[in-house]
Design a binder for this molecule. Structure first.
Ligand code: WTA
Length: 643
């Protein structure tokens, strides 16, 4: 599949938690004796307040899944209290600010204090078990405090990425019917302030259900204030009691909602629950990163995405690990920032997205070489397929050829890693996510739904429930069934295509639906289309992805103006602004092509396949256009293709 060499397990991973033999044995057991396997893991990894009655029951027809039901536990207790007093003085979080001069260490004792105080402050403002709390924060330790404070009292958090617009924030707050919002005055990224409170104020005008807005003072910038609704975080926690009993939660009580994009309609609120989610988060963190006590681990994701939930907060803290939280961007003050931070905080494991690797690779080796990186032991990647060239650069230049690269495939819906190498067990093939994690049973399906045996390519599906499986789409369970369990009955449909080679390695090829992956950010083409057609000069729009050297995929928009409208640069700028306003800067179109007409079948369905080919500049592969209502439309698009 790849002309790149295979990298065997290096000698310094010979004593890893899991070696090849153990992987084979445990994987077999996880499928053949799932009850025994998962019971052992749940006991080994988590502290329970009451034992469970049933390990697992699920039904892929109704989408129902339940793990460790009857069991009681609290996530914040598992992430904090049980590590005390042993780790009281050990760092839980290392914070590196946007400005290299800003950093903080939060010990486990301090984490407990901060989380309990905020939990009590939330309670005092009437937030209780089952209530939804929106978190719209920069990458500061208070973001993690907020998540854990919700978990402590049994409130369900819904973190909204700080790069989303007021409009997107509003939609998410309303959909989850949140009663409180935790935010900051401003964020800071690459030296630029992000007006979080101002955005929140705009959103909250339309959210009468939010009775409380708790504001962390990050920059001290000027902000608006609603005396009845708003409260300063530092004032609330200063007077709140420092002890808060963790709420005993059922293993199946909801822990969080996280919005993610699908191929149709508005983003879905993916619902995760308590026990199964935390177990797979904790277990995958320890085994995939081969985490050893005292190591410094750094994941560059934002807490607004699932990677930030599982691999900055819950997975590391459940293991008593040291997790680095980075506020800034990899290129500020310059492209050497990440490696400087690695040296400064003696980082052992570095986990990032292919888009960041490609962006840094494009700048060259010098900024990497400036830092020693001698503490690095392991590298990881997540979020999109990594091209073998970027993989090799990461391995050779960043890791000096001595750090395994774990390419981890998973999704918001899967909650935790699903396909990934284990560094002490897996010989690495650059570009392959390799093998399924424990308990994960995969299949590749052909178009007709039959399972492909041996080497081949098809739709990637999962054949049985796993602990951190999505439990529902908040407020619309049927939507979950329709999206994941109805394409191929009896399977969980991932939306990704993949191939399997002769050695059984999986190679993810990318989405097979209308979901874009732009710099590792998931986005529905339908969301961008809805934003474009809000403009009163626009009649219709169709959006597709196209290969982009750095971002993985770029956003290509075909836009049909209303009759009589002369499209110009001004209109283009307005459309771009509209996407940013409706979704956020991540949704900025890369290409807008004016389309007098869109290729449609006679029944009016837009032929996206053709639009994708034109966007990819694969003009020979347009295929049969004779079934189109008006084949001349395609000629026009090809002739007027920009660039
Ligand atoms: C893609 C991010 C290839 C995939 C954790 C998936 C990947 C979507 C990989 C989920 C990988 C994630 N190799 N593709 N290692 N990891 N993807 O929900 O298309 O933001 O379906 O979760 O990202 O994106 P999400």
């Amino acid at each position: 599949m790849s002309e790149f060499p295979i990298h065997p397990v290096p000698a310094n991973f010979a004593d890893a938690h899991i070696d090849a033999e153990r992987y084979a044995e445990l994987y077999r057991r996880s499928l053949e004796e799932p009850e025994a396997f998962w019971s052992e893991q749940a006991e080994a990894f988590l502290d329970w307040l009451a034992p469970w009655e049933t390990v697992c029951s699920y039904d892929f027809t109704t989408g129902d899944a339940s793990w460790f039901s009857g069991g009681k536990l609290n996530v914040s207790q598992n992430c904090i209290d049980r590590h005390l007093p042993a780790r009281a003085e050990q760092a839980a979080l290392l914070w590196e600010g946007d400005d290299p001069a800003d950093s903080r260490t939060i010990t486990y004792a301090e984490l407990k204090d901060a989380v309990c105080r905020l939990a009590n402050a939330l309670k005092a403002r009437g937030v209780g078990k089952g209530d939804r709390v929106c978190i719209y924060m920069p990458m500061i330790p208070e973001a993690a405090f907020a998540m854990l404070a919700c978990a402590r009292i049994g409130a369900i958090h819904s973190v909204v990425f700080g790069g989303f617009s007021p409009e997107a924030l509003k939609d998410r707050i309303i959909d989850a019917d949140c009663c409180a919002l935790i935010t900051a005055d401003e964020g800071l990224r690459g030296g630029k302030p992000i007006p979080l409170k101002a955005n929140a104020d705009k959103a909250l005008t339309h959210c009468p259900g939010v009775h409380s807005c708790i504001v962390v003072r990050r920059t001290g910038g000027d902000i608006g204030w609603d005396a009845e609704r708003d409260a300063w975080y530092h004032e609330l926690v200063a007077t709140a009691p420092a002890e808060c009993e963790p709420e005993p939660m059922d293993a199946e009580d909801p822990l969080f909602i996280l919005y993610t994009s699908g191929s149709t309609g508005k983003p879905k609120g993916v619902l995760h629950t308590t026990g199964g989610y935390l177990l797979q988060a904790a277990m995958s963190f320890k085994y995939v990163f081969d985490y050893r006590d005292g190591e410094v681990y750094w994941c560059t994701a934002d807490v607004g995405w699932v990677t930030g939930h599982t691999y900055i907060v819950y997975g590391p803290l459940a293991n008593g690990a040291i997790s680095l939280v980075f506020e800034g961007v990899p290129t500020y003050p310059d492209a050497g920032r990440c490696w400087e931070v690695v040296d400064k905080h003696k980082v052992n494991t570095f986990y990032t997205a292919p888009t960041a690797i490609r962006a840094l690779q494009a700048v060259g080796d010098e900024p990497v070489k400036r830092a020693s990186r001698e503490t690095l032991r392991l590298l990881g990647t997540v979020g999109e397929p990594i091209n073998p060239e970027a993989w090799e650069w990461y391995y050779r230049v960043v890791g000096d050829g001595r750090c395994p690269v774990v390419d981890t495939w998973w999704q918001t819906e899967t909650g935790a890693h699903m396909i990934t190498p284990l560094p002490g067990a897996t010989a690495l093939k650059p570009g392959s996510a390799s093998f399924p994690f424990f308990g994960v049973e995969l299949a590749l399906l052909a178009e007709d739904g039959s399972e492909i045996e041996g080497p081949g390519a098809g739709y990637l599906v999962v054949k049985r429930s796993w602990p951190s499986q999505i439990r529902s789409v908040y407020g619309d369970h049927q939507r979950m069934v329709d999206t994941y369990f109805s394409h191929y009955p009896g399977y969980y449909f991932t939306g990704d295509g993949a191939s399997r080679d002769e050695d059984g390695y999986y190679w993810i090829t990318g989405r097979v639906d209308d979901v874009l992956n732009v710099s590792g950010h998931r986005m529905g083409t339908a969301e961008v289309e809805s934003a474009l057609v809000l403009h009163d000069k626009i009649a219709e729009a169709a959006v597709v992805g196209f290969p982009h050297d750095i971002k993985g995929q770029g956003i290509y928009c075909y836009v049909t103006p209303m009759q009589g409208v002369e499209p110009d640069e001004q209109l283009k700028a307005e459309l771009i602004a509209l996407c940013v306003q409706e979704i956020g800067p991540i949704a900025k179109p890369d290409v807008i092509q004016w389309a007098p007409g869109l290729p449609k079948t006679r029944s009016g369905k837009i032929m996206r396949r053709i639009l994708r080919k034109i966007a990819e500049n694969e003009l020979d592969g347009l295929g049969d256009t004779s079934t189109l209502a008006d084949p001349a439309v395609v000629d026009n698009l090809v002739e007027n293709r920009p660039g």
